[in-house]
Design a protein. Sequence first.
Length: 693
Amino acid sequence: MWIVLADCSRELLQGRNRETKNMKNLNRALRMTFKYRWSLITSFVCSALVAVLWSLNLGAVYPFVEIILHGHSLHDWVEIQQAEANSQINSLQSQIVELEPQLAMARGSQSQELRRQILVLTDDIKIQQSSLAVRDQLAVYIQRWAPEKPFDTLVALMGLMFVGTVLRGIFLMGSMVTVARVGQRTMLDLQNDVFRNVLDMEPSELAVKGTGDLVSRIRGETSSIGQAVMVLFGKTIREPLKMIGCLTGAAIVNWRLLLLSLLICPLAAYLMLRLAKVTKRANKRAMEDSAKLLNRLYQSLTFMRVVRAFNMEDGERQRFQIVAKDVYKKSMRISWFSSLARINTELFGVVMISLSVLAGGYLVLNHETHLFGIRMCAAPMNFGSVMMFFGFLIGIADPLRKMGDVFNLIQSGMVAADRVFPLIDQLPAVTDPIDPLPLPEGRLSVEFKNVRFEYEPGRTILKGVSAKIPAGSSMAILGHNGCGKSTLINLIPRFFDVCSSEPNQSSGAIKIGDLDVRQLRVKELRRRIGYVTQTTMLFSDSIAENIAYGMPWATREQIIEAATKAHAHEFILALDEGYDTNIGDRDGILSGGQRQRISLARAILKDPEILILDESTSQIDPESKELIHQTLADFMKNRTTILITHQMSTLNLVDRIMLMRDGQVVDCGTHEQMLGRCDEYRRMQNLRLEEVA
């Protein structure tokens, strides 16, 4: 059967390199399981024992039908079998004796036919002699161990079936548990690998892929791969082994009749492979739409206040329903193909059993050994052997049914692997140099040298920015939205690297302490930089853990000191659990300004040589802002600081000011120098004075 299936599969897959490629990623996941080889070996041994016990339980049909129901014990049965075998041998030898005189008289074709008949009878004698030898050996054990009465034999048979069923259950549990361990550990390994690479992605790339899509790949798709691994090393091994056990039993009873029963296999295999191709495409579309649905859901829940502020509840419901309906349609399409696969296996089982019933019934009812002139058995089959043969074939039906459930899971795993492994294979855009240089200790200068940058070809953001911030000094960057301020400061900790696709155009460099940032180890560089963003990013942890983020060794006293400097200590103590309050669960009780002060306390605790403030006081109330400005003024002393702001009142904290427009530097100097020579800066200053007035 398996040779036929393999030949059919090979024929269908010839010239289809795309299908081979599609299996490549799932095969990589399977190779990852080899580190848990002892669990796999244990699972295989347990599956093999399950298959053996499954076949032995089905084989109990013969002693029940042929021995016990006829009122015999095993002692009686083996004596009858020995007598029948001896009788058959004597009968066959008598036929040879009768044919030998005829052979001596015959000539030509008649002589050849008689010789053929004698050879067939001789082969039959050898078969019967082999059978008699087995029965003689069996008789020794039966006479020693088997009960002598029919009812006692029945009790022993039922006891053995019960023990076999218990053992089969134990081995089945062992197989399932070990396979689950392999699948879950592989899924965990994949999740760790994907998450590790996702953290190395550029922020712009994360935005393009979408949070929902990435979460779907990290959790959903890796789960599908884990399920496929469990199925492949579980049911896909265990159920075929059960089928092999039943096929072996059926072949022992009558291998010719078994071959006749399996004539339907090539057609069933062809239909299964055709369904596999269609189902894989449907699974791929369903996973992509599921990721879109998760992304839509994530955005709607994250921006709930915006949705309500613009009365877009109905619009978001409608969008969600549209995407959800697409997912539903594709899921129903997959269910349709899965049901076709189940029907295919069910029909295969029914046709196989029907062929064997018709052929076996004809042989038994007519006491025949030939079917359509083809010899099917050495001697006419009895009722017990035919029933055992049917029992083995029926035993094949249950594994076939379970294999139908496997079909969709494997296709889903293949699609999931195609979505997960590209994330694992993706190389980070920012990497450590082969020979990194050490960053000197102490105060550090920052210099922009003709910095050019573009997120994509033809969309230049920075157009040759040059400026220098001496060690221990501070500079504010002003400019309208979209002029490149945030992009410029994101290049300092190497969230991106300076680049340009224009021919014969240098991308420039960013230097810290006279070293190009691309010559430094990324983690070492970022360890020396403190970053406070306009959008406050707090984790679902306690306030203390958020302040100490990146510095888990900080003491409670150090955390409190940093919070006090950021003017956050008082409102933190007012919370029910103080510094142990979980922000993720209760972020609604914190205002935007309070969250910014916690973020500022995080930077103060880190005590970096370089401090980057991106609108870090934009959401703080005026009363607290004056206090925080004083804190920043003390904290920024002798610390290289870059400050992005739209608030002119913050400029008294810095030594120099750089004004940007359209990715270029308009002017750079002190407040007095800028007022004296830069018209645009004067206009901004006048607008601030008018707003104050």
